[in-house]
Design a protein around this ligand. Structure first.
Ligand SMILES: CC(C)(COP(=O)(O)OP(=O)(O)OC[C@H]1O[C@@H](n2cnc3c(N)ncnc32)[C@H](O)[C@@H]1OP(=O)(O)O)[C@@H](O)C(=O)NCCC(=O)NCCS
Length: 141
């Protein structure tokens, strides 16, 4: 919630930020945790970031970093670890729907914009995102 409200509010109006937060309840992460498709970074026993893969390991469902720990390389570390998990399952290319505030982060990590689309949040508000893709095989071998 803090990552969204603090780090993404520069790129979305409040209604879209509220819709995004409404979609991100603890329950939405249970399935990812149970199938071990979620990674967290802990510092001094506190979770400061997490990221998750979809069921097929072909799509990164998100990377979130607590604002006070942003721009310290934590997000990139989570991203590379998710790619390594996908590569272990034989996945060669990964996609994601980048929020507008995160496009540069993913671009710096080698992701290429494919198209733009509207994401529909659970409260039916919509938000623009950029579909991005990255070949992961060489990056992980
Ligand atoms: C996007 C996000 C995960 C990045 O995490 P982070 O830990 O701050 O990123 P890193 O420190 O690993 O950044 C690596 C590089 O990416 C680029 N980068 C990261 N955030 C950036 C930003 N806001 N603007 C421009 N470039 C950025 C920089 O090149 C950075 O290297 P530098 O700090 O040496 O310049 C984090 O800002 C976040 O949680 N945002 C809110 C939630 C969100 O939008 N998640 C994505 C959903 S798809």
């Amino acid at each position: 919630m803090a990552a969204i409200r603090v780090l993404a509010s520069s790129h979305y109006p409040k209604a879209e930020i509220d819709g995004w937060c409404a979609s991100r309840t603890a329950a939405t992460y249970r399935a990812s945790i149970e199938r071990q498709a979620m990674l967290v970074e802990e510092m001094e026993g506190v979770v400061v970031a997490f990221g998750l893969l979809n069921q097929e390991a072909t799509h990164i469902d998100g990377v979130y970093v607590y604002p006070s720990h942003s721009r310290q390389g934590v997000g990139l570390r989570i991203l590379r670890a998710l790619e390594a998990m996908a590569a272990e399952r034989g996945i060669k290319a990964i996609t994601l729907d980048a929020s507008l505030n995160a496009v540069e982060f993913y671009r710096q990590a080698g992701y290429v914009p494919v198209t733009e689309k509207k994401h529909v949040h659970c409260d039916e508000s919509t938000a623009a995102v950029v579909v991005m893709r990255h070949e992961i095989r060489e990056a992980v071998d």
